[in-house]
Each structure stands twice: as C-alpha cells, then as structure tokens.
Design a protein around this ligand. Sequence first.
Ligand SMILES: NC(=O)c1ccc[n+]([C@@H]2O[C@H](COP(=O)([O-])OP(=O)(O)OC[C@H]3O[C@@H](n4cnc5c(N)ncnc54)[C@H](O)[C@@H]3O)[C@@H](O)[C@H]2O)c1
Length: 382
Amino acid sequence: MPQRFGIGVIGYGYRVGGLVSQLMALCREIELVSVCDPSPDSIASARAVAPSVEVCTTPEELTRNPRVGWVLIGSPNSFHREHATIAMRAGRHVFCEKPLATNLADCLAIRDVVRETGKSFFFGLVLRYAPLYTRIRQLLDANSIGEIISVDFNETLGFNHGGYIHQDWRRHRAAAGTHMLEKCCHDIDIVNWMVGSRATHVASFGGLRYFIPANRTIADEIGPSPTGRRAFQDWPQTKGDPFTLDKDIVDHQVAIIEYASGVRASFHTNCAAAIPERRLLLLGTHGAIRADLHTGTVELQKIGWDEPRVIYKVTSTLADHAGADAQLVVALADWIIRSAPPRTGIDHAIDSAVTCFGIDAALDERRVVDLQTLWNQAGIRH
Ligand SMILES: NC(=O)c1ccc[n+]([C@@H]2O[C@H](COP(=O)([O-])OP(=O)(O)OC[C@H]3O[C@@H](n4cnc5c(N)ncnc54)[C@H](O)[C@@H]3O)[C@@H](O)[C@H]2O)c1
C-alpha cells in the first residue's frame, strides 16, 4: 500500500480549490482529507474531487484530524493570521495564499508562529514560478544587462478582471487589504526579486474614478458578451454590478519606489485597461530587458552599435498565470512528498507586504514615506 499524504484546506474557494484539483491529479498519494469552509458551494467543489472529505465547521476541528499533515489556506486575506497560526500551533505545515495578512501586526504574528513552531511555511507568490520571470532572473544572473539602474513595471487588468475585483470581497479593505496589497503584492515581489534589494522610500497617488455609478452606462455602450453576459461581469464567479456596489479600494494607482541599492522604480496599476499588461522594463548599465507576461515575450538588448535584439518567447496562457500554476503545483507536491523547502516563504511574504503597506501609507497620507519605521517594526535591517 503506497504512503498517503493527507492535506486539509481552510477556504476551499476558486484559488486553492483549483490548486488542490491539480495537485491530486499530479500525485495520487496526496489526499484531500478535510475541509473547512462556510460556503455550501465550496464544500460541493471539495466533494467533487474527494467524495468522502471530512467537512469541519472550525479550523481547530480540521487540525484535530491526525491524518491532516499539511494545511492549505485559501480564505479571504483577513482570516490568514487566524487560520495560519491555528494550523501551525497544531503542528501542521502550512501553505498560505498571498497576501500574508491585511496589516503589519498580523503579518508579524504569523512570522512569530513560523519561528516559534519551526513548521514549514510555503507562501503563494505564484509569479516566482512563472517561466518568464525565471528566464529574466537567469539573464540577470548571467550579467546580461550589467547593474540595474531603473525599472518601470505595471499591472493593468482587463475590464472583466477589474469588474470581478470590484464586486468581490476584494472590494473591501477590511476583508482584502488594499488593491496594492491584494493584487499587486505579486508585482512588487517580482521587482524586489529582480532588484535584490529592499525599498527605502515610496510615494504614490491613486483613487477610484472608474468603477463609480456614473460610469455604469459604459457597460450598456459596450453591450453584452457573445454569450449574453453583461460587460465587466463576464467572469463565472461574478455576482453583482461593480459600478454600483459599495467599495473602499482604488481602481487605479501609480507609485514610485527607491531601493537601498539605489535602483528607482515606477509602477502603474489600472483595473479597466483596454490593453492589459504585466510589463517589466529593466534598464541596466550595459543593456535592457523588456518583458510582458501577457504576450509571453522577453526582449534583451545590449547597449552598443548594431547589437542584436534577442527575443525569447515564453508561455503566455494567462489562465494559469503564464505556466506558473503548473510549476507551483509541482513545488507543492515536492514540499509535501519529499519535504523540499519552499522557494517562497515567510521572508518574501513580509518584504512584499511591508513595501505595499508603505506605498499605501504614501497614498493615504499624500507624502513620501520613509520605510525605515516599518522595517524597524519588522526587525529587518537593509
Ligand atoms: N496566487 C494567486 O495568484 C491568487 C489568485 C487568486 C486568489 N489568491 C488568494 O487566494 C485566496 C482566496 O481567493 P479566491 O479567489 O479563491 O477567493 P474565493 O472567494 O473564491 O475563495 C475564498 C473561500 O474562502 C471561504 N471562506 C470565507 N470565510 C471563511 C472562513 N472564515 N473560514 C474558512 N473559509 C472561509 C469562502 O467560502 C470561499 O470558499 C485569497 O487570499 C486570494 O488573495 C491568490
């Protein structure tokens, strides 16, 4: 009889439900033993992949099951602290979706429990597993553009994606944190990784100018989709009108970041872009790299006379984060079955969260924020 590896899930929604289905398809030894989720629809999805799954009403009940060795957390962000700490204190290894938590105190409380329990903590910064970013990191490691001087990057979302965000629990800061934290912590993490340094100063402007009641008529102007769905509400999980629902997140934001290494970066996000992009432009002393996850293209150009432009085509199927989901699932399987240490852990989680908290403080308070206070609170020297 082959060894079985039992997992439990707290928050079996769209994201972690999808990862678990892929994980179980990849590894028959991995078994979904227990699930905790208040939604009957989510429980039905869990039962579709594991008909005899135990259904728990509390995370404590889930972690009492001795067959659960690993807990995967896919609940809304404001629950991550409670769910992660309960699971680790009960002796379980934890995979937690991004962002770590909605405020610094909760992030640091999770890190304290990681340190205190010594449990393995796998953090869901999926873009680090995307072949496109791995290729860029390899080019930087090969010194292809010399020292990075400045960076420009963005995450502009297609209108149905933005519409989804503005009708979901993500539209409330109490549940999700800010848009910068909830959605763009990935992009911030990628630039932290490429630059290899921590942000020291940030400034930001942003607001809500698109998903407001006055713009509801834009959906009428565009008309229904070929399948008869209203514009901005074409995602299967969409439940309401993103223009009229109450919300307290932004729909567009710009930020500038200065790193300890001297690198300066600018970032732009927008939730209703006719041209969606996840573009990254790195300008170095000896060359430039320009990439876009949507087109799956990485361009490398050296500074010099008649230098050729080298173009790498990488996977660009956005439904699975450009190939990153499949790589993440392989890493999850290695973590569970072979105890392989995760590539993305608590330190990456804290670094991206602190940078986002600083950017949002800059936006809210309309000032340049020196991140030293936040790094000090996090006990991090840079
Ligand atoms: N890495 C990525 O690219 C990525 C992509 C999407 C979502 N996420 C993250 O995954 C998490 C879930 O997002 P989603 O899109 O799956 O949302 P979702 O709404 O589809 O799923 C959330 C699930 O949590 C359940 N839930 C709510 N309150 C709960 C509670 N108190 N206890 C247990 N379960 C509870 C809901 O019923 C639902 O099933 C979020 O943290 C989100 O930021 C990450």
